[in-house]
Structure formats: C-alpha cells, structure tokens
Design a protein around this ligand. Structure first.
Ligand SMILES: C[S@@+](CC[C@H](N)C(=O)[O-])C[C@H]1O[C@@H](n2cnc3c(N)ncnc32)[C@H](O)[C@@H]1O
Length: 212
C-alpha cells in the first residue's frame, strides 16, 4: 500500500494545514513513507552538495526527521549541521537521531532568527506542492555567509507553476546568487512504481548556487 500521507501532503494549502499535517505524519514518515516509497531525494541532494566541496556549518532547511543529514553523514560529511523546520514533531524525530548541533523551530517563509553563519544550505522535499514556494529564498540568503553553497531540491511539478524558474533568474540578475546549476533527479526508486503510480515518476531539480 502507498503511504496515504503523500497524496494529502502534496495537496496542502497553506502553512497552518502543513503544520497540522506533519503533527500526525511525523510518526509514520520514515517507516511508512520514506522506506516504502524508496525516497531517494535526500541522497541526491547530499551527493550534489558533496560534489561542491561541502563546507560546514550547514543549515538543513525543512529538515523534517533528518534524512538529508543522515545521507550527508553516510557520504562522509563531518562538519556541523543545524536543522530548521516549523514542525515540532518532525524536529523531535530528528533530534532523536543525534545528527544536528542545533535544531530551530522556524517558519522559513519568514525572516529567520538565526545568525548569518552558514557556509552551506541544503534542502530536500520542502520546495514542493502544498509546501514552500520561492518566497522563502531571501530568508535563506540572509543567514548565508558570502559565497555559501546552496543545494536545494524543487519538485518539477512546481518549478514553473510556482515561479521558481523566474525567482532564481531574478536573484541571478540582481547579483544576489552566482554559479547557478541545475541537476534533474528522480524523487523515488523503483519500489514506488507499484505502490503509488501517480507519484512514482516524480522528478525534482536539485538547484546548486552560491550566495554572492
Ligand atoms: C517532505 S518533508 C521533507 C523533510 C526532509 N527534508 C526529507 O527530505 O525527508 C517537508 C518538511 O518541510 C517542513 N516545512 C514545510 N513548510 C515549512 C515552513 N514554512 N517552514 C519550515 N518548515 C516547513 C515540514 O514540516 C516537513 O518537515
């Protein structure tokens, strides 16, 4: 059976609905969703980040239960990783894994009460339907050190529909970001094909760029 959480998660409309949704989904996220769907996006983002030279400290944006930090550790990243997410229940799961130095409960669409100290910002699965749009990008740039490396996934379904393409082009034209590069990846592995044909073929753009 596909985890019934995915379809509903992608149809959420607004931050309150999203927050309420993850309150319940947190307990089933790793075992009921990520494992059964062979969720590969965190590993793709981690690999893209590692390919850039991977400096810390890193902020994992919409960190959830910590799957991206787990992939970074498995790939040998030894630097500091902090987590930001607005769901207390998801962060509680992440905290239990002992992967993060600091965990911040924060809405990333608002100015973040975090120091400008990050040499890297990474994110998987947060910029997708029913979740976060390009309006969060300025808050993230505000906590990035000059030259900080970003590796953020954006689901292909929302890339144009929510204006991510235009937002990245505008930030580049304004000189706020440099070295923009896009790698397209599969979100799920083959196990998803029979479990959830509607989403099994989902693709995401892993967007690599540097803060100016
Ligand atoms: C699909 S999960 C991805 C979690 C993790 N990065 C992964 O790949 O497994 C999306 C996460 O984004 C968080 N999120 C959604 N909207 C947010 C917002 N406005 N501010 C902070 N976190 C948000 C949710 O709480 C959830 O943990």
């Amino acid at each position: 059976m596909p985890d019934p959480g995915l379809k509903a998660a992608l149809e959420l409309n607004g931050p309150e609905a999203c927050l309420a949704y993850y309150r319940d989904w947190a307990a089933r996220y790793d075992g009921g969703f990520a494992e059964t769907m062979d969720y590969r996006l965190p590993a793709h983002v981690a690999a893209a980040y590692m390919s850039t030279g991977a400096q810390g400290p890193v902020l994992d944006v919409g960190a959830g239960t910590g799957l991206l930090a787990q992939s970074l550790r498995e790939m040998g990243f030894a630097g500091e990783i902090d987590a930001a997410d607005f769901s207390a229940e998801m962060l509680e799961r992440a905290a239990g894994k002992g992967l993060y130095t600091h965990l911040a409960q924060a809405d990333i669409t608002r100015p973040l009460a975090l120091p400008r100290r990050y040499a890297g910002l990474v994110s998987s699965g947060t910029f997708t339907a029913g979740h976060v749009g390009p309006e969060a990008l300025p808050s993230l740039l505000d906590v990035a050190l000059p030259g900080a490396q970003f590796a953020l996934s954006v689901n292909r379904r929302v890339w144009t529909a929510q204006g991510f393409d235009r937002a990245f082009d505008a930030l580049a034209a304004q000189g706020r970001i440099t070295a923009l590069q896009i790698i397209e990846v599969q979100v799920y592995g083959p196990a998803a094909t029979t479990l959830d044909p509607d989403h099994a073929a989902d693709r995401a753009q892993v967007v690599l760029f540097r803060a100016a």
